[in-house]
Structure formats: C-alpha cells, structure tokens
Design a protein around this ligand. Structure first.
Ligand code: AVI
Length: 339
C-alpha cells in the first residue's frame, strides 16, 4: 500500500463531509442469519444485530452506568494521557476509527492531535456513519472528514486517500469492541488493521482485562436492567422487522462471566416451553433453552500483546488505570519511525 508524502498547505475550512467512500457492504441478511442461527442445535444470533436505533441508544445508556466500568475507565485513560498520545503520534495523522460510536472518545483525540490530516470513521451502518461524521465535521470545521462505509469484519479494499497528504495512518479502535470477536477473529482483525495502517502506522486500541469475576458480572447485570433491555431489544427488533411473534415476557436476560474461557456469555433464556413464528418459520423452545446473543472476551494484557505481535504489531506504550481493569495500548508497525 503506497502512502503519499506530506505536502504542507494552508488548511481551508470545511464543516461538511469532504468525501464519502461507499464500499457497498452487502446488506446484512438479517432474516437469513436469524433463521439460520435459530435452526442451530444451540440457538444463537450474531451480536451485530443489537444495534438498531433503539439498541444503539440503549448501548449509549449502558456506557453511562456505574457498573459498566469500561467506558468511564477508558475515557479517563484517554483524557489523562492524550498529551502523551499526541506527542507519540505526531503531526499530520490520518486517523481511521473503526465502529464510530457517539464520538465522545474521538473528540478527546481530535481536540489534541496536532494538524490532523483527516478523520476517517469506518462503519457498516451508512445512516449512523453519515450522521456521526456530519456532527464531527460541523464541530471541527478545519478537519477533513471522509467516512468509509464498509464491513470491517470482512476482507475489504481500503481507499488509499492519495488526495490527502499525511505522514502516518493511525487506526483507533476503542471500547474493547475487539472483545466481541472470537480470539481468532480478533487476530485477523489486528492483521487487517496492520495492512490498513501500513508502515509507519500505529494502532490505538482499548482492551478490557481479566479481573474479579464479580466486577465483570455486575457490569453485564446492572441493577436498572438496561443491559437486560438491550439484550431483549433484539427480539423486539426481530418482531418488528421480520414479522415475528416473540413474547418478550417469556424470555429473560442472562449474562455470566466464565473465568476459564475469559468471556462473558450473554443469552436470552426461554422461561417456558413455547413456539415462536418468524414469517412462515416456526421455532420450538424448551423451558430453560437459550439463544446465545454475545460473547465479550476479557484479555490478559501479555496474551493480548502476544496476539498483536503475531499480527505484526510492536507495543509502543500501554496506559492502565490504577485498578488495572482496562488498557489503552499503542502499537506501531515500525518502532524506529515513532516521533
Ligand atoms: C460493544 N461491546 C464492547 C460491549 C461489550 O461490553 O461487550 C457490548 C455490550 N454488551 C453488553 N453490554 C455491553
């Protein structure tokens, strides 16, 4: 992948999306994947389907919960260390963010990175992506904002951005979203990120760490029941979008941390024997049978660094909170090139 040389130029003011790369990710075959998942001997639905409009709003609410330590810990790490992060990354960075959320963490970086060359949010959901990118473009009128609509869990030809002079590409993947991949998928993603960044690129990534299981269990079983509502919203979404008749009162949220596997498994438990219809298809549930809806892996820091190493990354710096709940890691592809 060739990277254009930096050409210094006076920066104009934009305030709008400068260019949009639509890599036309195949629309998630929602019905097909749900039906196939419910036909499996152990019923499962991919976690990516949580995020309709209500699901995204509920996830934002989860991020504010006292029990959900991940967001506030990572945000504090970024806020406390952003001057050092900015120095290590240097000027004229092309900042590529995967799975852009509500933008709060992005803004911490945008406020401090000197002379950012462009901001490239990458997401599969076009509407969500364009809305978030427009907000950022308006808040940072001197920034080139160039969203890419793509399914980053699959192979894709990333744009080369020849039109923008920049010094290095930096991939930003906050939130421990890497934890929602299986370890094999996570390693593949890290390899993909190395390919997209290219030397002298860098990766700034948030990772939730193994810890006291009661702390993790509480984060996924909050007292107000927001996580339960987030989990059950998947059935509501299937009812509305796929002409189904799930009775939401006949399913319960379950999330349990398995310290041996190092992951939280989230399920929806059928509280009674029942049948459910999706269009013309009928599914039978025994009492206690579950739909597996999400895994959230927690890493041992050394094991995560080893995985990143296998994917081609070298650790440059790691920031952790005093309880060592969470890590923000900066990896590079060519250590000698870091400022
Ligand atoms: C998006 N992802 C990192 C969250 C997590 O913690 O795995 C999704 C989530 N599921 C339940 N609560 C939050």
């Amino acid at each position: 992948m060739s990277h254009p040389q930096l050409v210094s130029a006076a920066r104009p003011s934009y305030g709008y999306i400068v260019s949009f790369h639509d890599l036309h990710p195949t629309p998630a075959a929602f019905r097909e994947e749900v039906v196939a998942g419910l036909r499996r001997p152990r019923k499962a639905i991919p976690a990516k389907f949580f995020y309709d409009q209500r699901g995204s709003a509920l996830f934002d609410e989860i991020c504010q919960l006292e029990e959900y330590y991940l967001t506030r810990t990572e945000t504090a790490l970024l806020e406390n260390h952003v001057p050092e992060i900015a120095t290590l990354l240097g000027e004229d960075v092309l900042l590529i963010e995967y799975g852009s959320g509500n933008g709060r963490k992005t803004r911490i970086l945008l406020d401090c990175l000197p002379n950012l060359a462009a901001y490239v949010p990458v997401d599969i959901s076009k509407d969500h992506l364009l809305a978030a990118a427009t907000d950022i473009a308006q808040a940072y009128p001197y920034l080139r904002v160039t969203p890419v609509c793509a399914d980053y869990t699959r192979e894709m030809a990333f744009p080369d951005f020849e039109e923008f002079p920049y010094r290095r590409r930096v991939v930003f993947f906050p939130g421990s979203t890497i934890g929602n991949f299986t370890p094999d998928e996570a390693e593949d993603f890290l390899r993909h990120a190395a390919d997209v960044a290219g030397p002298p690129g860098a990766l700034l990534i948030g990772v939730d760490l193994k810890k006291d299981p009661t702390v993790i269990d509480a984060a996924y079983n909050d007292k107000r029941g927001v996580t339960a509502a987030f989990n059950l919203n998947l059935l509501h979404r299937i009812n509305t979008e796929l002409d189904a008749d799930f009775d939401l009162r006949a399913f319960e949220h379950r999330a349990l941390y398995d310290p041996v596997q190092g992951r939280v498994e989230m399920h929806l438990v059928s509280t009674q024997p029942q049948t459910v219809r999706i269009g013309d298809e009928v599914f039978t549930f025994a009492e206690g049978e579950t739909i597996h809806t999400e895994d959230s892996h927690k890493y041992d820091l050394a094991a995560f660094q080893a995985m990143a190493g296998r994917a081609g990354w070298t650790v440059k710096r790691v920031w952790q909170d005093s309880l060592q709940y969470f890590a923000v890691c900066l990896f590079t592809l060519a250590p000698q090139s870091v400022a």
